[in-house]
Design a protein around this ligand. Structure first.
Ligand code: G3P
Length: 224
């Protein structure tokens, strides 16, 4: 089954969606944490309390150089949660990923804008790849094609690296990548909400209620 994450540090929204969706955990990035004004430790504590059941947390290194990234990854990996360390898939990041894998740290290569960039990160041992679907679309690329090409390269090379598709602005983008058979996805809260929000759903449910009430009043199904 696909691993489903929310891309947020908003604990109230995670509590809301954890009730109705099988969330595997949350993904964050430096921008998301900066906007929430809460540090990583507080965020993970809060998230664990609403998610329970050993959620997986993806958190990104801030260090800029290889040794710093590796040391930071070790610290993140020591946190008392199921952690995956996010590393930008740059030249420096790939060098760091190779060393992190020697330490047995689980890694997500992030900020992926092309299939070849993601493929190289997978060859370096990344456990997850995060192609930025909407951001690719926004620069006149095709996020769906990048994800499709990446999945072909992974399959052809027998790599177990999972694509964790990220950066969505609408449900269509999310649906198109899920149809490719990717193994993980992270949705922003507004896109997760849109998944339920087809305009015809509420009128359909209200019509059921009206028809029932007209015939059976306040009786419940088993009382009729
Ligand atoms: O986690 C990073 C990725 O999801 C970026 O998303 O919405 O900022 O393009 P966005």
């Amino acid at each position: 089954m696909i691993e489903l994450y929310l891309d947020t540090a908003d604990v109230e929204q995670v509590a809301r969606f954890s009730k109705c969706l099988p969330l595997k955990g949350i993904t964050t990035n430096p921008t998301i944490l900066a906007q929430s004004n809460k540090g990583l430790n507080q965020t993970l504590r809060d998230m664990k309390s609403v998610l329970g059941n050993n959620p997986t947390f993806h958190a990104q290194v801030i260090s800029q150089d290889v040794q710093g990234m590796v040391e930071e990854a070790k610290q993140l990996n020591e946190l008392p949660y199921d952690m995956v360390v996010k590393v930008p898939a740059t030249e420096t990041g790939l060098a760091a990923i190779k060393l992190m894998k020697l330490e047995g740290i689980r890694v997500l290569a992030t900020a992926i804008y092309s299939a070849q960039q993601g493929f190289f990160a997978a060859l370096c041992g990344a456990d997850y790849l995060a192609p930025y679907v909407n951001r690719i679309d926004a620069i006149n690329g095709c996020g769906i094609d990048v994800v499709a090409d990446l999945q072909i390269l992974l399959d052809q090379n027998g790599l177990e690296t999972k694509i964790l598709a990220a950066s969505f602005k609408n449900t269509q983008q999310a649906m198109e990548v899920m149809k490719l058979g990717i193994e993980a996805i992270t949705l922003p809260v507004d896109v997760a909400a849109q998944m339920f929000a087809h305009p015809s759903v509420t009128p359909a449910v209200e019509q059921f209620r009206t028809d029932w009430k007209n015939s059976f009043g306040d009786k419940l199904s088993f009382e009729s």
